[in-house]
Design a protein around this ligand. Structure first.
Ligand SMILES: Cc1ncc(C[n+]2csc(CCOP(=O)(O)OP(=O)(O)O)c2C)c(N)n1
Length: 276
């Protein structure tokens, strides 16, 4: 077993704390996307606390890997992780969505340390990631580019143009996660616009495809390791997740896509998250 149990436990603890921060900051702002922030926490923990080469004290370090939150509405999750990782003080999380705050509703790379690309308009992050990754390859640089897409985001046509471009140009220094939580803005993904069969679609576009439990940090780290071996193609990890993960009365509840918890439920939510 390559990843030690104690390290996994520590990362799981980080995930619990990050979820609590997401709940608190969105309720405090009385605004923000709760469900899709809670579903991608373990992916972000695995990346920022283990996988990425980066330096929170020097966010513009030239040799750093890049991460692009293409599903930009999950900004609260990214902010929680960046704060826990030391990019800015944790206290700043309470300024989410306030006027003049560095933590706007969607990630803004001109404002927030650690945010690489401004996102929020779905469908664009993958193209940006591929442009960066191709640039690194052409320059003979070793930087790796990671991106996180929503499953509803796969409805965007630009994603499929990018998918074909990546394999045509053999962009093998990019790793993309899909947060497969089966929900999007207006309901279940399969009801809005079915994206299945998702694995064979990406295979047909010439990608390496892996499926993983997106709440199991050990599995995520293992699949990241495996995905790096003999890499000749772009790689996508379909992470099965639960929208609103960690809070029983939020899980799979469509109404919490773009809404925070009412303040009177915050303590109950924190108590549930604390037990995990
Ligand atoms: C181009 C564009 N169209 C519409 C929206 C509005 N919108 C915000 S979130 C969302 C649903 C996204 O679903 P998914 O990618 O599955 O996100 P998750 O469920 O993980 O939060 C939509 C349509 C947007 N941000 N960008």
């Amino acid at each position: 077993m390559r990843h030690k149990v104690e390290i996994i436990k520590e990362l799981e603890r980080k995930a619990s704390i990050a979820r609590q921060e997401v709940v608190k900051m969105t309720s405090n702002a009385n605004s923000g996307h709760l469900g899709g922030s809670l579903s991608c926490i373990e992916i972000l923990v695995a990346l920022y606390f283990h996988q990425l080469k980066h330096d929170p004290k020097n966010p513009s370090w030239a040799k750093r890997d890049r991460f692009i939150l293409s599903k930009g509405h999950a900004a609260p999750a990214l902010y929680a992780i960046l704060a826990l990782r030391g990019y800015f003080p944790k206290e700043e999380l309470s300024s989410l969505r306030k006027i003049n705050s560095r933590l706007q509703g969607m990630p803004d790379n001109r404002k927030t340390p650690g945010v690489e690309v401004s996102t929020g308009s779905l469908g664009q992050g993958l193209s940006v990631a591929l442009g960066m990754a191709l640039g690194f390859k052409l320059a003979g640089r070793k930087n790796h580019v990671y991106a996180l897409l929503g499953d509803g985001e796969l409805d965007e046509g630009q994603i499929w143009e990018a998918a074909m471009f990546a394999s045509a140009r053999k962009i093998n220094n990019v790793t993309v996660f899909v947060d497969r939580n089966y929900g999007q803005n207006d309901g279940r993904t399969e009801e809005v616009l079915s994206i299945e069969p998702i694995v064979s679609k990406w295979l047909a576009c010439g990608w390496n495809v892996f499926e993983v439990n997106g709440h199991n940090i050990k599995e995520i780290l293992d699949v990241l390791d495996r995905s790096m071996e003999n890499r000749s193609k772009p790689t996508i990890l379909i992470a099965k997740t639960v929208k609103g993960k960690g809070i029983s009365f939020v899980e799979n509840k469509h109404e919490y896509h773009a809404r925070p918890l009412p303040r009177e439920l915050v303590n109950q939510a924190i108590a549930e998250l604390e037990k995990r």
